[in-house]
Write a protein that binds this ligand. Sequence first.
Ligand code: ATP
Ligand code: MG
Length: 386
Amino acid sequence: MTDNRKPKIILTGDRPTGRLHIGHYVGSLRNRVALQNSGEYDRIFIMIADAQALTDNADNPEKVRQNIIEVALDYISCGLDPEKSTLFIQSQVSELTELDFFYQNLVTVQRLQRNPTVKAEIQMRGFSESTAETDTKAGLPVGFFCYPISQAADITAFNATTVPAGEDQKPMIEQTREIVRKFNSTYGETLVEPEILLPDNSACLRLPGTDGKAKMSKSLGNCIYLSDSEDEIRAKVKGMYTDPTHLQVSDPGHVENNPVFTYLDAFCRDEHFEKFGGCFQGRKASFEFHNLDEVKAQYRAGGLGDVMIKNFLFEVINDTLKPIRERRRELEKNIPYVYDVLRKGSEEARAVAAGTLAAVKRSMRINYFDAGVLEELIKEQTEKYK
Ligand code: ATP
Ligand code: MG
């Protein structure tokens, strides 16, 4: 019996602009590990997007270079298993840039300008249209503006069906789907249309920063890193932005747009109350909660102080990060192994991307020197000049 099922393939990744944080974890990493271990996927490619990181860090390649190993250490510590998933470095797969080059002709500048994530990122980085034409620090680098097209190359090169990512990636996947449809309708059915896989918990779609800003982001410095020590996590949680109207413990509080509660929504499970319920026992007041809904109700009613909630949040986050941190410490002693994983993964990825590039060139009929094609071409052109 032949299996006609379309292979299920994952491609996703991260920019090596810093160590990974809990936003990455709940937005994408946790999902990737679960999907990897579900055994439902035929292949899983996890890319360290160094070339994409250079689009807004051209003057600082060292930062990108240093962070490749940080991201790889975070990956493996979180449970990505090099035996089951191919971990690779984007710049080592040069086929991706060739695909990008062909896809650029299928996208208009106007369409790119409409991409809401790119728009927000341009603003966040302070790139402005009015600055000196040669200043790539202040002006908008062409490569950065076009990175959604390069991302389409990354996804399609591996025939990915599924991209587990945070909400900010939605416009990127939509752009990729448009490129696939345009390519296939122009040159014939060749590329696979991917789907984004968002976390099903809405708190995880776009985890806010510890400062209350809309997104935890390496570039904003408002992160709790997966590799942070217990003391660092405790200090960051303690300093977190909460409800600014909750001035006295007795005041009614708001849980909406309160990052402390968003983090609890993202990390807390009922068993955490059995484990860390003691955090709600103070000298002045004590509470017994069994689930997060009860905590929220009390916070809204007033009488529950931020300190108690933050103590509990620290325990909950630390409970998740402790085993990751411990695996990382072990792995840090074996750096040659990590580079070996990346080298082998990049070789494997390259072979797959080369297959897609060959198919793309075949469909576009720019495979002039392929076996059999050259003979046909010579015949055709000789006829023309007869
Ligand atoms: P940079 O600031 O350099 O862009 P970043 O922190 O935004 O870094 P990326 O490498 O751009 O991280 O994102 C990698 C993946 O993590 C993407 O799938 C993205 O959707 C997800 N992600 C990043 N930040 C968050 C967040 N705060 N909440 C949920 N998912 C996130
Ligand atoms: Mg980003």
